[in-house]
Write a protein that binds this ligand. Structure first.
Ligand code: FUB
Length: 454
């Protein structure tokens, strides 16, 4: 199975593919947060061994990825899991035979604290708090913020200019409630939104399903959501108020039968607007069977003068073609990736943090927009070796100029980290860099923690 995926990923990279944006894990339900100069992308996580069949989710934790250029994404690992919620016992002991329930989250910053709203499917919506966007997150309530009685999935939170916070959620109805300034208690009644309410025998222009994403832009309120079922596209409505009435405005993206689901997350970042969602591309490259193994995608979003949104085609394989901005002389984490083929990421809880693993001969990582400036002379990599191998450093493509080859001796020890180095040829200006891994048989040649050029 791994070989099939690699053939696909090799092909995809030759075409400069950037979607889906994460290839080392299955990710869904993107919830981007812009904080200072960085996008923190929180996602739900479909396990590799999700069984075949629609709706057979296997989701235990929530992940975070960060980027400052929208094309290189750093894996920050698991930031929270079902185990953060003591009351999520049913989800932990098994649901239809699996641990499940860590569905679509959203994190927001307020007054220097980070609030992560997490649905535990069937049990309610909880809230976690941290002093740092990457956690550690704790459950200050010890109970759900929203109980299990209100279609309680897919929270979206937003703070209006007057400081009033609103929490929205729901499938098949859209619900909302005001939050107190502490962000962990409710202010007033829980309300079923009237605009989105489904009325028997009446036409429903919204086709609201789930996955609301509420925000305000240039004085107008937006509610994007997974619309139409199934497959799901992304629809949106606008209003002059955070509590409606809402007017349906159309599709941001029409449904496509390649994907049963979709789920919007929308931001403005460094002068552009972006919409995130997901497809099943990686799953369907390795099997013709549907597994709930989704992959987050992103596209640039364009607004018209009147605030309406221009419809996008389905997620393109090319994705974003932003130039990327990597400083080669800084220590760069190996898990900062524009495109990866064959490898996975893991956390070394003893100190090295996240690293790249499951490396076999021919696997590679692409890093986009490495700005060498004046030429470099050498390359260092922090690695731990099981079987040993080498890293071939190529410029601009898999078949591009070889800048150097860094040998990694065997055996060192699976998590015994050491820094190895090699002299390189000359490189100046901005290039995409491909780290192509070489070695003998085996699918765990060595582990890769960080790299830099000098
Ligand atoms: O990821 C689990 C569920 O699938 C989400 O909560 C929904 O929005 C849909 O994406």
């Amino acid at each position: 199975m791994k070989r099939l995926l690699i053939v696909f990923l090799l092909y995809a990279s030759a075409g400069w593919a950037q979607n889906p944006i994460i290839q080392t894990k299955y990710t869904a339900d993107p919830a981007p947060l812009v904080y200072r100069d960085t996008v923190f992308l929180y996602t739900s996580h479909d396990e590799d061994n999700s069984p075949p069949g629609q709706g057979r989710f296997l989701m235990r934790d929530w992940l975070c990825y960060t980027s400052t250029d929208m094309v290189n994404w750093t894996d920050r690992g698991t930031v929270a899991s079902l185990r953060n919620f003591k009351w999520a016992d049913k989800a932990l002991t098994g649901w239809g035979g699996f641990e499940n329930g860590a569905w679509a989250p959203q994190t927001i910053e307020r007054d220097g604290k980070f609030y992560m709203y997490c649905p535990v499917q069937g049990r309610g919506i909880g809230v976690l708090v941290a002093d740092n966007p990457l956690g550690p997150f704790i459950d200050p309530l010890g109970k759900p913020l929203i109980g299990d009685q209100y279609d309680s999935i897919d929270p979206s939170v937003f703070v209006d200019d007057d400081g009033q916070a609103y929490l929205y959620w729901g499938n098949p109805n859209l619900w909302y409630v005001k939050l107190n300034k502490d962000m962990i208690s409710l202010s007033g009644e829980i309300i079923k939104d009237a605009s989105f309410a489904k009325v028997k025998d009446q036409q429903d222009p919204f086709h609201y399903q789930e996955g609301p994403w509420a925000y305000k832009r240039n004085g107008k309120y937006y509610m994007a959501y997974a619309s139409t079922c199934c497959p799901e596209g992304i629809g949106y409505a606008m209003s002059d108020s955070p509590v409606g009435p809402w007017t349906y405005k159309g599709y941001i993206m029409r449904p496509n039968k390649k994907s049963t689901g979709n789920h919007p997350g929308i931001i403005d970042f460094k002068g552009k607007s972006y919409v995130f969602g997901f497809n099943f591309r990686l799953n369907f490259m390795i099997t013709d069977k549907h597994h709930e193994r989704r992959s987050v995608c992103v596209a640039e979003l364009h607004y018209n003068e009147d605030g309406t949104i221009q419809e996008l085609p389905w997620w393109t394989e090319e994705g974003l073609q932003e130039p990327g901005s990597i400083d080669p002389r800084a220590i760069n984490q190996a898990e900062t990736i524009a495109w990866a083929s064959g490898v996975k990421t893991l956390k070394d809880s003893l100190g090295a943090g996240m690293y790249v693993t499951r490396i076999s001969n021919g696997d590679y990582i692409k890093v986009k927009g490495v700005d060498f400036g004046e030429s470099i002379k050498s390359f260092q990599a922090n690695v731990a070796s099981a079987l040993g191998g080498s890293i071939e450093i190529r410029l601009d493509s898999l078949g591009g100029k070889v800048l150097g080859v860094c040998d990694i001796e065997s055996p060192g020890g699976s998590l015994k980290w050491k820094t190895v180095a090699t002299r390189t040829g000359k490189a100046a200006g901005r290039h995409d860099v491909f780290f192509v891994f070489k070695g003998g048989d085996g699918d765990d040649l060595f582990h890769f923690n960080w790299w830099r050029f000098n």
